[in-house]
Design a protein around this ligand. Structure first.
Ligand SMILES: [Zn+2]
Length: 86
């Protein structure tokens, strides 16, 4: 079982290029959590779903629903017309 690395960022924005660029530094368990460039103690990046991803998922669901409704509309329309005649 390979352990997954933890993503860190260097907090040294002013003096370190890695920190300035906001580059991800992957640290495997057991490794020292310091920046390979400046030696600062790293800050862990908390993984969470960005808001735009949730928005995209919602948009996809709405689009799929609208598409399904549009495709089914002739059938639904015919069904409603038949129901009204009775
Ligand atoms: Zn650094």
């Amino acid at each position: 079982m390979a352990s997954r690395p933890i993503v860190f960022k260097c907090p040294n924005y002013q003096d370190c290029l890695t920190g300035y660029r906001g580059e991800d530094i992957e640290v495997f368990p057991g490794m020292v959590e310091v920046c390979p460039e400046c030696g600062s103690v790293l800050q862990e990046v908390k993984k969470q779903t960005p808001a735009y991803v949730a928005y995209l998922i919602n948009l996809t669901i709405v689009a799929a629903f609208a598409g399904a409704l549009w495709l089914a509309w002739p059938w639904l329309s015919a069904l409603l017309t038949t129901a009204q005649r009775r």
